[in-house]
Design a protein around this ligand. Structure first.
Ligand code: SAM
Length: 261
């Protein structure tokens, strides 16, 4: 069954996305490993080291970060680890925000296994990325991350404008998302076969939830190309350097970055 959500309204899409993530919350982390053959871990590690959280000048300055659509905490936990271990800077704060309370609950539970000092650097916030709540003030953040979240948003441009509003001048917007493999037709063919046949099947077998994983595959298909998405980031007011993006694994995923002037 295809959702065919190109014909649905924004609020219908939002409800659908809520249903999908509530039903996958418990199996989400395990499924990521199955579906990506573990590669999502390498992408996330690369994403976080490229942002080098905690590397302030001078070193040890406070840094405020917001991980939007943070789900079960994967990016935030890596950023804390990087800031503390790599840069010896515990003076960071990360808010994990997500629209879905079930995903946040799994993230909170997982965070209890972190060192106590990490836990005090974290907070959790139920929030829609398209309308961030008043706790997140204008010009208040050094870094805004969104990893495998933005393609689920009903209104991507609204979320980009919110990102721009809450970042300080000089603050960084960074997005990790599935993208297009257009530059490599053979890899693209293999990847399409994998995603359209294997992923819904794995979803059915491992999580007894074919429809949610079918939705995930279709949402990847509908997400704009690297260039179109880069242009949306620029339209929201960000400056980009070079192409404005970096392909990972031939474009199966891509990192986009923008800086608020
Ligand atoms: N960032 C995590 C990661 O990289 O593993 C989780 C990504 S998960 C695929 C996508 C998340 O986006 C879900 O937790 C979902 O609830 C969240 N989401 C969807 N629409 C949202 C919105 N409008 N605002 C905030 N979060 C949203």
């Amino acid at each position: 069954t295809h959702f065919g959500y190109e014909t649905v309204t924004e609020s219908e899409k939002q409800q659908r996305v809520a249903g999908v993530f509530s039903s996958v919350a418990e199996s989400y982390d395990k499924m990521n490993d199955f579906m990506s053959l573990g590669i999502h871990r390498l992408w996330k590690d690369h994403f976080v080291s490229s942002l080098n959280p905690g590397a302030t000048t001078p070193l040890g300055q406070p840094q405020r970060m917001l991980d939007v659509a943070g789900g079960t905490g994967d990016i935030a936990f890596r950023m804390l680890h990087h800031a503390n271990i790599h840069n010896a800077n515990p003076n960071v704060h990360i808010t994990i925000s997500d629209i879905n309370p079930d995903m946040l609950a799994v993230g909170k539970q997982r965070s209890l296994a972190l060192p106590a000092s990490y836990q005090s650097s974290l907070s959790f916030l139920e929030a829609n990325a398209e309308v961030l709540p008043p706790q997140i003030k204008d010009n208040s953040l050094d870094l805004y991350t969104v990893s495998f979240g933005i393609r689920n948003f009903s209104n991507i441009s609204a979320a980009l404008k919110e990102a721009h509003r809450v970042l300080k001048p000089g603050g960084i917007f960074a997005c990790l998302e599935f993208s297009k493999v257009d530059k490599y037709p053979l890899l693209n063919a293999i990847y399409k076969r994998w995603s359209f046949s294997a992923i819904p099947l794995i979803g059915q077998l491992v999580a007894a939830d074919r429809d949610s994983y079918q939705y995930l595959v279709e949402s990847i298909e509908k997400f704009p190309s690297q260039e179109v998405f880069r242009n949306m980031i620029v339209d929201a007011g960000f400056a980009v350097s070079g192409h404005g993006y970096e392909d990972l694994t031939g474009g199966i995923a891509a990192i986009h970055k923008g800086i608020k002037p």
